[in-house]
Design a protein around this ligand. Sequence first.
Ligand code: GDP
Length: 383
Amino acid sequence: MKRKKGGSKLPEWAPANADRKFASRIIEGERSAPATNSASLQGNRSRLAWTDVDKLVEGVLSSDRTLLSKAITLIESNSTQHFALAQELVKRLLPYAGKSVRIGITGVPGSGKSTFIETFGSWLISQGNKVAVLAIDPSSTISKGSILGDKTRMEKLSRLDNSYIRPSPSSGVLGGVARKTRETILTCEAAGYDVILVETVGVGQSEVTVRSIVDFFLLLQITGAGDELQGIKKGIMELADLIVINKADGDNKHKAETARAEIAHILNFIAPITSGWKTTAITCSGVEGINIDSIWKIITDFTEQTKVSGIFQQRRMDQQLEWLDSMLTDALLDLLHNDQEVQYTYRQLKQEILSGTNTPALAASILIELFRKNISPVKSGDG
Ligand code: GDP
């Protein structure tokens, strides 16, 4: 361990000029990426192995879950040094990626997402698939608490050989988490996972984010929650390719069927999110495994139809370009935030806006002008 001025500890591989902020970001990155598969918790956790890109590529391609976990840990790291390595890794895996169906699953807490994924994932594996379950949990990025990750989840599924379960990256803003999840999807695909389930909580912006990284989006609804139409209010129904009324078992079967009919009716008035595809509603029980096969049939019909029409490929291409744009926005914002003079002026301008002596539009143009001057001092002096 190196020691920097002020006594803070730095890992051996930190650059010579690294400061305290660098160290704390790396440590957060390492801490943020626990693996849940028991197999991936075993094995050699030597500190440098997960930065050996050759070894990671080889490990991912041979579907070694320990090395897959390490590859994802590298992708999730917040250090700039690891970012370059992670990009090299993903680039080398890219030719082997893309051959899965990416399914987003959302629903309010308690709607039965983990139970459904456990049953659905196990069934898919019994049909010969390899299933990876990833999560995007906005609660963990905002408060460091986690709605999705804190309970012991999907224990049966995690014990199956052909499953891989990874909790949400727990640090960074939603956009950053989405970038990591996209790269994790590609990595899991290169490792041979042909069904990728991306789970998120139905509590905010994260559905829109997940919609932008998956092929098919499934909304789980429940009856008797006091708010029968949990998706309608927040516009989540508009994002869905299929609405599943879950917990349709025992005494709840009849109510679930009534809710399904109501939702099917409402869907007649909502423009489908995927052109050429009609979003429908179906009942299901995650606990009893009812309609699990029918849901898969709907998803395979969807992929077949959209591949024939070209919508499937078009959406993936659009998503790639959206990804580029969001990476650019993030990178530019990062540059702005790292410019101390801009930051100082930004704080001053915020006060001026709040006290009514400046406008947001004028403040933004002052900041951009200052930033341009700082990154290109010579040019800004020219005419
Ligand atoms: P999540 O918060 O959306 O992941 O929901 P969970 O899967 O943790 O389920 C929340 C509660 O609903 C648990 O008590 C489950 O046992 C119960 N539950 C989940 N799926 C079903 C189902 O299909 N039928 C019934 N009756 N209960 C279910």
